[in-house]
Design a protein around this ligand. Sequence first.
Ligand SMILES: [Zn+2]
Ligand SMILES: [Zn+2]
Length: 425
Amino acid sequence: MSTFDQVIDRRDTRSLKWTRYGRDVLPLWVADMDFPAPEPVLQALHSAVDHGVFGYELPTRKLGETVAARMEKLYGWKDEVSSNAVEVYVHGLRKKLENPQFVERAKPEVVAQARQRIAELEERRAKVKATLDELGRLLESGEAGTRPYAAVTVDDGYRDAYDLALPTFRRLGIPAAFFVVTDLVGSREVPLHDRLYYQLARGYAREGRVPRAMWHALDRIDVPPAKRLRLHRALNPFDALQALLESVTQAEARAIAERLEVEAPFPAAVAERFCCADWSMVRAMAEAGMTVGSHTRTHVFLNRERHATVTDQTSGSRRRLEAELGRPVAHFAYPAGQFNPSAVKAVSAAGYRFAYTACRHILPAHARLTIPRKLLWERSCVAADGSFSPSVMNAQVSGLYDLVNPPCALDHGTILRPMLASACC
Ligand SMILES: [Zn+2]
Ligand SMILES: [Zn+2]
């Protein structure tokens, strides 16, 4: 009997792939296959279990070499691996120089060399940070070359983008971009997606699923069965929010929120934390050398709305931004990365030169209006002890985790192709 003849039932074992879909679906994932692990792996695990003590261990040199060789072979990542080492090295060196005892005891030439080395490495590192305008110029001229450039963007224009992110970027010399929702700038309104998330989180806490009151509100709207099914299957409030916002128009979503808020209003005590920056803060961002771009007027999913709304949301927000900032606005970010060919056309007609999505799909005819971004969430780059981890961030940015997360399942239209081949699990 071969491995292929052996059927191992993994239903009801908390297996992600056997839980995510309905019981009648056979999930044919590639990395998570239903074969036992190879004998040498099992033996190594058994001997560790037999030893009985699981303390912290140093990775063996062989392991490091094996991983590095494989990353280089599969993805040509030699440079990224060494640049990550550079980050750690600079950090370690700087820490040493901050220690007066080290500086006192070390030979002066060693300290001088260390300072010189930091300056060289920082110089090398600074070159890869770019503004969106610089990146745009490279894209337009086709000069991007082989050098990796990085730009940082922050969506939604919450007040904490001004209070926390702006000073951090200024301190670190990172030329970031902020995409703001123009009707929310300076308003006291909590963004609709946060209001709906609150209702869903409350529902999951009380009922373990999308709350009954929300289904009643949805009954008044014509939501196709397939979309309702997705909402039914959402495992947590975040997935449910995505499924909901992708199924209804913004006016419908607003009506649902208002209906639920009659019984459970958004808590006034935390509303302040969810408010957006005001125009003086947005102007301060621009004056500090940051790029300010549009994220529509009301954070609308452009692929869900009528043409007139899409036009108003894209051109209206650009007009407002240009009037408030007194400078041209060339950059646009699609809320939640939702776009389709007509949204892209509207963005182009509104006069934007560059637009950013949230996945790897592109419209080949409008590549500069469907520039992919890597989304990083709160705590998405932390080590096991909760501290920031350059290695985890490196793996995120390099796309390593894309191999274990499902690729973007959005339907952006019919003429799309993935920018990079994506694995299915
Ligand atoms: Zn957004
Ligand atoms: Zn996509």
